[in-house]
Design a protein around this ligand. Structure first.
Ligand code: EPU
Length: 338
């Protein structure tokens, strides 16, 4: 196992931030992961996987471990369903394409989400009416302290909106090594109710969609709205959509009758952050190489050589302006490494 010194992390984070890892190692096996965690020469470790949900703002002194565990296998199946175990380093969208090739249903709405499978549970990735938790059975994670592999059930993970135990109580204590998902082999449950998907399928002249059609529709919608990290550095939604009470929502609606919203239950409403940011005039604005995406205002972008702190300054400016104009506090979805 080769530990390299002074490696640029630019290719390892989708924001494309150029910081240096003082020490860097590729992790390709579980026994190797155990040994690395025991290394006393490098007491501090920093885990990076797909690097799609982090903003790096400084060089990393700790040993950077790039989780590159590979493999997909079927662990159980019957006539209707299949349970698959996916190693953490498998690219998420490649996994989605693999499930479509096998006609396994459940992941089609989650097409084209950047990142790797092992990090999907951390923020319970979601898009177009589906969240990871809808197909999730469990995951295995290595305890950083004692290097034991521990099984987490769906309940153990305490999933919420872009949230799980791995962002809270278990933060920094485990490395997810594999994920188990239960998918359909027949009678796929299609989720086409999300407005944009219906419209896209109509434009594609699809009347009875297959899971592949839905995936194609999602890929098309996302490609139109969201920047491709290979071309413009970004981490998807930078902020969560704020969840507010009915009272707060009604006050906001009185002042801004055209405010879009998702009603979650009788007393909770989600407001699209993209709208709040656009109303503050930030959409498409550029400050040096840091910017607010021109087609989706909740995505912050790196046009090339932005430093992490420049993106962070922009995020703070956006947060302050939204708080002043609307009295709503925005919380980052992205993990900020300070
Ligand atoms: N909007 C604007 N201006 C903008 C962007 C959005 O006014 O610049 C308003 C529009 O009214 C639009 C509404 O916001 O109809 C919703 O926009 P969109 O459908 O793009 O969804 P979102 O709420 O902005 C969430 C997720 C996305 C996910 C989409 C689709 C969060 C933080 N983001 O965005 O997730 O793809 O729904 O399901 O929940 C991600 O997490 O990285 C991500 C991209």
């Amino acid at each position: 196992m080769e530990i390299k010194d002074n490696i640029s992390l630019k290719p390892y984070n989708t924001f494309g931030i150029d910081v240096i890892a003082k020490h860097f190692v590729e992790v390709t096996g579980l026994a190797q992961l155990q040994r690395l965690l025991q290394l006393s020469a490098y007491p501090d470790k920093f885990i990076i996987s797909g690097g799609s949900n982090m903003l790096l703002t400084k060089d990393i002194e700790a040993l950077v471990m790039h989780i590159n565990l590979k493999g997909i296998r079927i662990v159980e199946e019957d006539q209707e369903t299949v349970t698959i175990k996916i190693m953490a380093g498998e690219n998420w969208h490649d996994l989605v394409l693999w499930t479509l090739d096998h006609d396994y249903g459940g992941l089609e709405n989650l097409s084209l989400i950047p990142g790797n499978t092992g990090t999907a549970p951390i923020q319970n990735i979601g898009a177009y009416g589906v969240e990871l938790k809808d197909v999730f059975v469990g995951c295995e994670a290595m305890n950083v302290q004692n290097q034991e592999l521990q099984a987490f059930s769906k309940e153990d993970c305490q999933f919420g909106y872009r949230d799980s135990i791995f962002k809270n109580k278990a933060k920094g204590k485990y490395i997810i090594t594999s994920v188990m998902l239960k998918l359909t082999k027949a009678n796929h449950k299609l989720h086409t109710f999300y407005g944009a998907i219906e419209d896209e399928l109509k434009q594609m002249n699809v009347v009875t969609p297959t899971i592949r059609d839905i995936s194609n529709a999602v890929v098309s919608i996302r490609s139109k709205k969201l920047p491709d990290p290979k071309e413009i550095g970004n981490s998807g939604s930078f902020f969560k959509n704020p969840v507010v009470s009915k009272k707060t929502f009604e006050k906001l609606q009185k002042k801004h009758p055209n405010v879009p919203f998702y009603k979650m239950d009788d007393d909770t409403y989600k407001i699209p952050t993209g709208w709040l940011i656009e109303q503050c005039g930030f959409k498409g604005k550029r400050f040096g190489d840091a910017g607010v995406h021109e087609k989706q205002a909740l995505v912050l972008v790196n046009y090339g050589n932005a430093r992490g702190v420049e993106i962070l300054e922009l995020a703070e400016k956006v947060q302050k302006t939204v708080a002043t104009k609307f009295g709503i506090r925005l919380f980052p979805e992205v993990n900020i490494i300070k």
